[in-house]
Design a protein around this ligand. Structure first.
Ligand code: GLY
Length: 574
């Protein structure tokens, strides 16, 4: 513990720097409407989804078109070379599609360790050795095949056109490419630098960026489905680029990948029904445990913005993330969702919580390394989109390359980045991943395994009213998505206000409570410190995008003001 102190202190901002409030700056809500709504991390992608809804597509058609558009205009996280989860409610029926990456056939538990068994720096983050087998090509196709209404090529076309005709480089992409850590990553690979840092700099702001390789890949995808990407010239290009840079990913891995339909997790809390993602997402378990414990402890009756409420939320997050340590691929997990979501287990965990004092994380779980503090990077990768159509069908879809621009390798001849999702495995005992998460043996690397994720798409409904939401942001995805849900379901905030409000985050290890600026009034912060919480003011957050179907059938969309996204509706109210 002593050893970790300087790091923790360096990251702390004194509580005197926190301005009072608990409400945050309000952004202007978008108008509601009737024809469907889309919220995503980029306005061009939202527009692609809305165009599909206008053209007669349903929520799934629009979600897939939006996801593919993100692969073009939002290359840091939108992808063909990554994977994700989709939670859908079609005609009232719930389904969950897991198109998470898998470890390549040649992956081994010690592949990121040196001869002495020590982690090799950056080996699971940079370059194609860090890449899992992409799940997006087969996953997005499978989703649309099962539930979509439009012909497949129509759904791919908006993205193909954006890649072929180009789009104007906006401030967000321009600045992201120019940031030192991203520049350094992309400059390691001549192929990536050629496209994204011509002459060593990002494409000029406002210039038109065309991606002919990606347009050709999307053309093949439109014509042949996933076979156009995971076999033939595109798959060969992936294998060649991977080999050239020390990776183990092969064309055979790509061809063998299969998405999996899974049974969504369901729960009831605060008078609402909820659906979330099962393993290999940890998000659904964290959501179910958190809401279950909060309800058991009477959280909703405590005054809003009070130290009592914030203390309880932090403690519940701490306990839920401690259980996350046990989770992994459904085939190798040390605890099942059924065990961790059993009412008796939730009651036992809730009973461990001291309502007046923070419990040290080391005491919440018996793992011997639990006193070690781990650095949490400022990374907030991944991207999320939410869609509702005029019939009330809902999609919450989160997709990722893991780190920004994945492993940094842009595959020439294919036109997309490969992910660095292998870092979401426990790549070495006790080593925190990109998000500072300490993970257990259940999540060790193994060929064909899916790495544990924090992506947390959620659908909540009560009668005719419903929400679909989720976010980007690594380990903060579950906590920030839950915070927004509580604003909506318990405190009945308007949609945009629920996203605007500052949020808290605790992930068990490191043992500290992150608060966005304005999240805590000074007296609340001081009281939380008195109770034993180590506070850190943090501007590193998740970005949550949500849609809402109101009773009566009108719809609205909202995107997180912390990011570059947008929400829109078809047929807005006059
Ligand atoms: N790569 C981030 C996550 O899946 O949690």
């Amino acid at each position: 513990m002593k050893k970790a102190l300087p790091l923790v202190l360096a990251l702390l901002v004194p509580m005197s720097a926190v301005t009072p409030g608990g409400v945050g700056a309000a952004s202007t809500p978008a108008p509601a409407g009737t024809g469907g709504a889309v919220a995503s991390g980029d306005p061009l992608a939202t527009a692609a989804g809305l165009a599909i809804l206008r053209g007669g597509g349903n929520a799934v058609d629009a979600a897939v078109a939006t996801a593919l558009a993100l692969a073009v205009v939002y290359p840091e996280a939108g992808n063909l070379g990554g994977g994700g989860f989709a939670l859908v409610r079609m005609g009232g029926e719930l389904s969950a599609l897991d198109f998470r990456e898998t470890a390549p056939a040649r992956a081994r538990p010690d592949m990121y360790l040196d001869a002495q068994g020590k982690p090799v720096e950056n080996a699971s983050l940079v370059g194609p050795l860090a890449a899992g087998v992409p799940g997006s090509p087969a996953g997005l196709w499978e989703l649309q095949r099962r539930f979509g209404r439009l012909p497949w090529p129509k759904v791919v076309e908006p993205a193909r056109r954006l890649a072929a005709d180009g789009f104007r480089v906006g401030r967000y992409l321009h600045d992201g490419l120019g940031r030192e850590e991203n520049r350094k990553l992309l400059l390691r690979f001549p192929e990536s630098a050629r496209v994204w840092l011509p002459n060593g700099e990002p494409p000029a702001l406002g210039s038109v960026l065309r991606q002919p390789d990606l347009a050709a890949t999307l053309g093949r995808y439109a014509e042949h489905g996933p076979q156009g990407v995971v076999t033939g010239a595109v798959a060969a290009a992936v294998e060649k680029a991977s080999r050239a840079h020390g990776g183990v990913l092969t064309a055979a891995d790509l061809a063998a990948y299969k998405p999996a339909w899974r049974q969504p997790l369901t729960a009831e809390a605060f008078g609402w029904k909820l659906a979330s993602m099962p393993l290999p997402s940890s998000g659904g378990v964290i959501l179910g445990q958190t809401l279950g414990m909060l309800e058991k402890l009477g959280w909703e009756k405590l005054p809003r913005f009070s130290a009592d409420r914030d203390h309880l939320l932090a403690e519940v997050f701490r306990h839920a993330f401690a259980d996350r340590f046990l989770l992994g691929d459904p085939a190798t997990t040390k605890a099942t969702e059924a065990q961790l979501l059993a009412p008796a287990w939730i009651a036992r965990r809730a009973a461990e919580i001291d309502l007046r004092h923070a419990t040290a994380s080391a005491q919440v779980q018996s793992w011997p390394g639990a006193t070690a503090a781990a650095a949490v990077s400022g990374s907030t990768e991944t991207t999320h989109l939410s869609v509702v159509d005029r019939d009330g069908n809902l999609v919450a879809l989160t997709t990722t390359l893991n780190g920004l621009f994945g492993c940094g390798l842009w595959v020439p001849g294919a036109g997309f980045f490969l992910n660095n999702e292998m870092d979401d495995f426990a790549t070495a005992p006790g080593r925190p991943n990109l998000f500072g998460l300490i993970q257990g043996e259940a999540n060790a690397v193994g060929p064909g395994k899916r790495m544990l994720s924090s992506m947390s798409p959620v659908i909540a409904w009560k009668g005719e009213e419903a929400y679909a939401l989720g976010g980007r942001g690594g380990s903060r995805i579950p906590t920030h998505t839950i915070a927004v849900l509580l604003n909506l379901l318990v405190d009945h905030d308007p949609l945009q206000a629920a996203l605007d409000r500052p949020r808290l985050h605790h992930q068990w290890l490191p043992d500290r409570l992150e608060a966005e600026p304005d999240a805590l009034a000074p007296e609340t912060g001081a009281e939380l410190e008195r109770r034993g919480h180590t506070l850190q003011v943090s501007t590193t957050t998740a970005k949550v995008h949500a849609v809402h179907r109101l009773p009566g059938g009108r719809v609205e969309a909202a995107s997180d003001p912390r990011g570059s996204g947008s929400g829109g509706v078809v047929d807005p109210d006059p």
